[in-house]
Design a protein around this ligand. Structure first.
Ligand code: SF4
Length: 344
């Protein structure tokens, strides 16, 4: 049970052992549980692992199950999408490792738990179309396209490895979509643990942003964004979509709402209150949505794909952020270029 703590069996165990939320949050004897719950979150965030798990005896398993419950409470209170997804993906990956290893016997019960209901077909398994599509739809690789599936008797046939991958996705989806309800009691009781997780979460996000885009370099901005900035700075009439695009772009490459505001504040007819409101709304600071940078196709349809250059003309150039990333890369010199016939 402790290895797959999101099953109905575990929920029944927690309920039948009188572990109500209040007990988990406040009982001094369960301090270790709360600590382990926090470690579970931090370990998922940092290394996509679940921390130290003994699970050698009944007591260890009980602690681990309750620690899982605490980790979900922490995620619910913080409510950060990156954190919630990271926890969900970690649980999914660990489930997959366990099903591939010593706990393969749990594959069918776990698949049933998420409504997949596979039927053994020799060494393979068949499942209904709806289950297949539900969990394969987020997988990008062509091998998951319905077109390439083996179909037998109106059911999709997959090998064991692919069934495990579908169950991994089912665990991930389930955990990223369902969280325990947020309450002030949880927030207050876990204040210390939550504070620690939030600090680590912020550090990790900053690190990711730096890794993804490096230092902010205006010389890497795509021509559309350079032109929109130029128009704003010359007080030209920039369409609403242009303003939206530049704010989302600057935010995506690592600028805070305050830095974006400063970028615009040199504009002669700068309307501070209105601009600040728009920036904070678009970057998610005062709204529940953090908007994404429009794709090149959207920029084109709004007539703000200004002055596309040779890099924009490449087949794979679909997004202004791809341009920014690509522009930061060093060109491949002839000595580094792949020799014909050699594998990279
Ligand atoms: S192709 Fe894309 S990146 Fe290039 S200018 Fe147009 S919108 Fe910008």
């Amino acid at each position: 049970m402790a290895l797959f703590p999101y099953t109905a069996e575990v929920r029944a165990f927690v309920n039948s052992n009188s572990y109500d939320i209040d007990t988990i949050l406040t009982n001094p004897l369960l301090e270790r549980v709360r600590e382990k719950g926090k470690e579970r979150v931090i370990s998922s965030l940092r290394e996509m692992k679940l921390g130290e798990q003994g699970l050698y005896n009944e007591e260890e398993c009980r602690v681990e199950i309750l620690a899982y419950v605490v980790s979900r409470m922490i995620a619910s209170v913080i409510g950060d999408r990156f954190l919630i997804n990271r926890l969900a993906v970690t649980e999914g990956k660990i489930a997959s490792q366990r099903l591939t290893g010593d706990f393969g016997y749990m594959l069918l019960p776990l698949a049933d738990e998420f409504g997949i209901s596979p039927r053994p077909e020799g060494t393979d398994y068949s499942l209904d179309f709806a289950s297949f599509l539900r969990y394969s739809s987020k997988m990008r690789s062509p091998e998951w396209k319905l077109l390439y599936q083996r179909v037998q008797g109106g059911r999709v046939v997959v090998d064991r490895h692919r069934l495990i991958r579908l169950v991994e996705q089912a665990v991930t989806d389930h955990l990223s979509e369902r969280l325990p309800p947020y309450t002030d009691a949880i927030k207050n009781a876990l204040e210390r643990e939550i504070g620690e997780v939030v600090r680590i979460l912020e550090d990790i996000k900053k690190e990711f942003q730096r890794d993804a885009f490096g230092e902010i370099s205006p010389e890497k901005y795509p021509p559309c964004m350079r032109e929109i900035l130029r128009q704003i700075q010359n007080s030209e009439n920039v369409p609403q979509m242009g303003r939206f695009a530049i704010v989302t772009f600057l935010h995506a490459i690592g600028m805070t709402a305050e830095q974006i505001f400063d970028t615009f504040s040199s504009v002669p007819d700068f309307r501070a209150d209105r601009t600040r409101y728009q920036i904070e709304h678009i970057t998610g600071k005062i709204s529940s949505t953090e908007y994404s940078v429009p794709e090149c196709s959207t920029m084109k349809s709004y007539g703000i794909c200004f002055k596309p250059d040779a890099l924009c003309a490449r087949d794979w150039m679909k997004h202004p952020l791809t341009y920014y990333r690509q522009k930061g890369k060093k060109p491949i010199t002839s000595s580094r270029r792949q020799q014909p016939g050699k594998q990279r």
